[in-house]
Ligand binder design. Structure first.
Ligand code: GLP
Length: 240
């Protein structure tokens, strides 16, 4: 695991965008795994800028997003599909983009469909991750085991409260979500994780130096052969 500490969110976003662009230049038909949340927003801004300047081309790139809220569709401005359209897809030229269907009739069937689709595609070349304050990745919440495949999960109160800032109130936050499993994420050839701010200090400690336990889901990344953690000095506060 490589840890890169930057002076500012802008610098870390630029470095993360450079890594994604490098991947796409080296393999034009790359499969990217993408994340939502505020952490990768700066990176997406940089990628849009690079695309508009002709520095990167996504026309052969396919993407799979990590997760989606159950009950929210593409036209709901809180859905992760909507977030991705706004922050990246509407502004660039991806060949195809996939996000779990939050309006599926049967969520378990949707999870199986999503996993199978990724399996047939050969899984992800470069996966981008954010991290929750409780060290969740995607929506893999602290648990007593690591989830293997894409699955339906109940969100913890902590995550619902943390994500309530994007909704009118905490009671509007969906309580369930579909997420790639830890096993799905682990099949990615490369992983980058972006995080900033003091609120992520403990989660970053758990990721980099903590005991490997499903209680801190990101800690399993210590076992993956190609992970780069990009953080600012605040988020690095406990690992110095
Ligand atoms: C959500 C997403 C995660 C993300 C996390 C942190 O729970 N499912 O993928 O990493 O939020 O979000 P933020 O970057 O806004 O702190």
């Amino acid at each position: 695991m490589k840890v890169l500490v930057f002076k500012s969110y802008e610098e870390l976003s630029k470095a993360a965008a450079d890594m994604v662009a490098k991947q796409v230049k080296e393999k034009t038909n790359s499969i990217l795994g993408l994340a939502t949340g505020s952490s990768p927003v700066g990176m997406y801004k940089e990628l849009v800028k690079m695309y508009k300047n002709g520095e990167v081309d996504f026309s052969k790139v396919v993407s799979y997003n990590l997760d989606e809220y159950c009950g929210l569709g593409a036209d709901s401005d809180q859905s992760y599909r909507y977030f991705m359209q706004e922050n990246l897809f509407n502004e660039t030229n991806f060949k195809e983009t996939f996000v779990p269907n939050g309006l599926a009739k049967d969520f378990n069937v949707e999870c199986e469909r999503y996993e199978k689709m990724m399996e047939s595609a050969g899984y992800v070349d470069l996966q981008v991750l954010g991290i929750g304050g409780n060290a969740h990745i995607g929506f893999n919440e602290p648990a007593d085991h690591f989830a293997l495949n894409t699955q339906l999960v109940n969100l913890t109160k902590e995550t619902i409260d943390a994500n309530a800032r994007f909704f009118a109130s905490a009671s509007d936050v969906p309580t369930k979500a579909i997420t790639m499993g830890i096993g799905t994420i682990f099949k990615s050839k490369k992983i980058i994780l972006v995080a900033s701010g003091k609120g992520k200090q403990e989660a970053i400690f758990a990721t980099v130096k903590g005991k490997i336990t499903p209680n801190a889901p990101s800690s399993i990344l210590q076992l993956h052969p190609d992970v780069t953690i990009l953080i600012d000095e605040d988020a690095a506060g406990l690992i110095k």
